[in-house]
Design a protein around this ligand. Structure first.
Ligand code: B1M
Length: 209
C-alpha cells in the first residue's frame, strides 16, 4: 500500500497520531503537499462522507476522522501557506451561522495565506453581523463565507444584504463556497464570487484584488 493510501486508511479509522506521522513520512519521501492533501487526506475524508451518508457510521466516528484530518493538515499548513510575500490584502473568513463544519473553511484559509493574504478567521457559527463588523475593523477587501448545510447556506444571503446595507457596500467583495453552494446560488443572492474548492477560492481572491 502506498503512503497516500495508508494516510487515507488511517484517517478513515480516525487515527490522528498515525495520520500525522504518515503525512510527515510522505513529505520526507518527497511527495508534493498538494498530493498529500488531495490523494491522501481528502480521499480518506470522502470515504468518511460516503459512509456517513449511508448511515454506516455516525457523528462520533466522523468527528474522530475530522480530528485525524486536522492532525494531518497541521503538518501541511506551513507548506501550503508558504509564500514569503507581503499581504496581498485582508480576508475575513468564517463558517456561517448555525454551521459547525470547519475543515473546508480551514483549507480555504490556508490557501488564502499561501496566496499571500492576511486571514482573519472568525471560526464557525458566525452571525452575519460579525462578518460585517470584523471586515470594518480589519479593513478587509474580501469577506469569505463557507457553508456545508443546505439549511445554513441561506445565511449567506443575509451576509450579502448586511454588507450592502453597510458602508462597506462596493468596497468589499463577498466570496462564498462549500459543498451545497453553486454558481447559480451565488448569482441568485448577489454575492461577488463562488469557488468550488479552496485553491480556486484563493485564485478568485487574487482576481478580486
Ligand atoms: Co456534517 N454533514 N453534519 N459533520 N459532514 C455533511 C456536510 C453532509 C453532506 C453529510 C451527508 O449527509 N452526506 C450533511 C449535509 C447535508 C446537507 O445539508 N446537504 C451533513 C449533516 C447533515 C450534518 C449534521 C446535521 C448531522 C447531524 O447532526 N445529524 C451535523 C450539523 C452540525 C452543524 O453544523 N450544525 C453535522 C455534523 C458534522 C460533524 C461535526 C460530525 C463533522 C464536522 C467536523 C468539522 O468540520 N470540524 C461533519 C463532517 C466532517 C461532515 C462530512 C463527512 C465531511 C465535511 C468535510 O469536512 N469535508 C460531510 C460529508 C461530505 O462533505 N462528504 C458532512 C472535507 C472538506 C475539505 O470539504 O468542507 O466541502 P468541504 O470543503 C471543500 C469545498 O466545499 C470548498 O473547499 C473545500 C475543498 O477544497 N469550500 C469552499 C468550503 N468552504 C468554502 C468556502 C469558499 C470556497 C470554497 O469560499 C469562501
Amino acid at each position: 500500500m502506498s503512503v497516500l493510501e495508508q494516510i487515507s486508511e488511517e484517517l478513515i479509522k480516525g487515527k490522528a497520531n498515525e495520520v500525522r506521522e504518515l503525512v510527515k513520512k510522505a513529505l520526507e519521501e518527497g511527495l508534493a503537499p498538494g498530493d498529500v492533501l488531495n490523494k491522501g487526506l481528502l480521499s480518506g475524508m470522502s470515504v468518511v462522507g460516503d459512509r456517513f451518508k449511508k448511515n454506516e457510521i455516525y457523528v462520533p466516528e466522523v468527528l474522530i476522522a475530522a480530528r485525524a484530518m486536522k492532525a494531518g493538515t497541521e503538518v501541511l499548513k506551513p507548506l501550503l501557506a508558504e509564500s514569503g510575500v507581503k499581504p496581498a490584502g485582508t480576508v475575513v473568513l468564517g463558517t456561517v451561522k448555525g454551521d459547525l463544519h470547519d475543515i473546508g473553511k480551514n483549507l480555504v484559509g490556508m490557501m488564502m495565506e499561501g496566496a499571500g493574504f492576511a486571514v482573519v478567521d472568525l471560526g464557525t457559527d458566525v452571525p452575519s453581523e460579525k462578518f460585517v463588523e470584523s471586515a470594518k475593523e480589519s479593513k478587509a477587501e474580501i469577506v469569505a463565507a463557507s457553508a456545508l448545510l443546505t439549511t445554513t447556506m441561506t445565511g449567506m444571503k443575509d451576509i450579502v444584504e448586511k454588507v450592502k446595507a453597510s458602508d462597506l457596500s462596493g468596497k468589499v467583495k463577498l466570496l462564498i463556497g462549500g459543498a451545497p453552494v453553486t454558481q447559480a446560488f451565488c448569482d441568485e443572492i448577489g454575492a461577488d464570487g463562488y469557488a468550488p474548492d479552496a485553491a480556486s477560492a484563493a485564485d478568485l481572491a487574487k482576481e478580486f484584488i
